[in-house]
Design a protein around this ligand. Structure first.
Ligand code: XIL
Length: 382
């Protein structure tokens, strides 16, 4: 496997092959559909050299968040996603807001298209997400009151989970339910769900979820638990999942979102210990939304990619050394389609777009791809 950080080294023969310049006597490997569609010489990163193939060899899953509209309209993008990913998650299409145009109404067309795409390509799908304080329907709370909120929450979980029952790898049942800054002793975030459905809304959500689709792994997903200075958040998440386990609330995994900053010292042993505490509770861990914000990293594109690649390499090598870390998903796959480039407040001083993901805006692999693949090779998931 290539272990050189930065630009991959190809042998002369690989180069000639990729360029289609070898003589008839040499077997030319068949190019992947993606390589053909982009017209690029991608044999060194596609097919058996893809993230997907490397992850399969280690018994783990790799993938990214996707936009079903882009899958339908952009052939180069959808062949890249098919080639590189063994698991997909909807960036927005399975959130309640995008799904529900009116109380009790659901429009599953985009989410269904994603599911069909994944099944056609032999990929698993994560469900993201059921209960969150964000991406609520425009009509929310509308008819929902304290008197009927528990029933409304149960119905939402049942409707969405039953629609996809048996086809989802893992559901983020509650997303971002902890916020120590909100000042509650139990660390729970003050959300509309907490206010409407009561202090045990998380327990109700997971018990409902297990019944609605017993085949799906049930995940608690959160951000900000990755950094050394996030002691309080980590402790509160750990306390939550310990309480859940002690009370017999069904829970199978914790999602560590992993929106990392390129200019902040990397997460260290404290995160590793947290992952080990989760292992003691028999919980899997998924890196669910990895990207690295290079907004404050100066220099050329090459410098920036090298810095982002280092963060990927260090972070994933540390995480994947833990046997209960079973999946890595990036939040998007190409720099041209990253949510980070949509925010005014994280624009770079030089005005250039961010490069937080393994493929560049032209869908070419960057140093980040090689760092991610090397880290996958070091996984202890099996
Ligand atoms: C983000 C999407 O990427 C954006 O397109 C959308 O505008 C807002 O939500 N944590 C999560 C994800 O759990 O659902 C968020 O996704 C990113 C942060």
């Amino acid at each position: 496997m290539n272990t050189t950080p930065g630009i991959p080294r190809q042998t002369r023969r690989q180069f000639l092959r990729a360029a289609g310049l070898t003589a008839g006597a040499v077997l030319v490997p068949r190019r992947s559909a993606w390589a053909k569609s982009t017209g690029q010489f991608q044999d060194s990163v596609s097919g058996s050299a893809s993230l997907r193939a490397h992850a399969e060899a280690r018994g783990m899953l790799v993938g990214c968040a996707v936009d079903p509209q882009l899958l339908a309209s952009n052939h180069a993008y959808n062949t890249l996603v098919a080639d590189q990913c063994s698991i997909l998650v909807a960036e927005n299409a399975m959130k309640w807001g995008p799904l529900s145009p009116a109380p009790g109404k659901y429009d599953f067309r985009e989410a269904d298209a994603l599911m069909d795409f994944a099944e056609k390509n032999g990929q698993k799908v994560r469900g993201h997400n059921l209960i969150w304080h964000d991406a609520l329907p425009a009509w929310f709370p509308g008819p929902i009151t304290k008197a009927n909120a528990r029933q409304a929450m149960v119905e939402h979980i049942q409707t969405e989970m039953r629609h996809f029952a048996g086809r989802i790898h893992s559901w983020d049942v509650v997303n971002e339910g902890i916020e120590p800054k909100d000042g509650r002793p139990d660390g729970l975030r003050k959300t509309p769900w907490l206010a409407l459905a009561g202090d045990d809304y998380i327990e109700l959500a997971y018990r409902t979820a297990r019944e609605a689709d017993p085949k799906a792994l049930l995940t608690y997903n959160d951000y900000g638990i990755e950094y050394p200075d996030q002691e309080k958040k980590r402790a509160a998440v750990l306390a939550l999942v310990q309480r859940m386990k002690a009370d017999g609330v069904p829970l199978d995994a914790v999602g560590v979102q992993s929106h990392l900053d390129g200019d902040v010292p990397p997460p260290g042993r404290k995160l590793q210990n947290f992952v080990r505490e989760l292992a003691k509770l028999d919980l899997q861990v998924f890196v669910t939304e990895l990207d690295v914000n290079d907004g404050k990293i100066p220099g050329t594109i090459r410098d920036r990619d090298a810095a982002v690649a280092k963060v990927y390499r260090d972070y994933l090598t540390m995480m994947l050394a833990e046997p209960n870390v079973k999946a890595v998903l990036t939040w998007g796959i190409t720099d041209g389609h990253s949510w980070l480039n949509d925010w005014e407040h994280i624009k770079r001083a030089d005005g250039k777009p961010l490069r937080p993901l393994p493929f560049g805006p032209n869908m070419q692999p960057t140093a980040v791809f090689y760092a991610e693949r090397d880290a996958i090779d070091s996984s202890h998931a099996t």
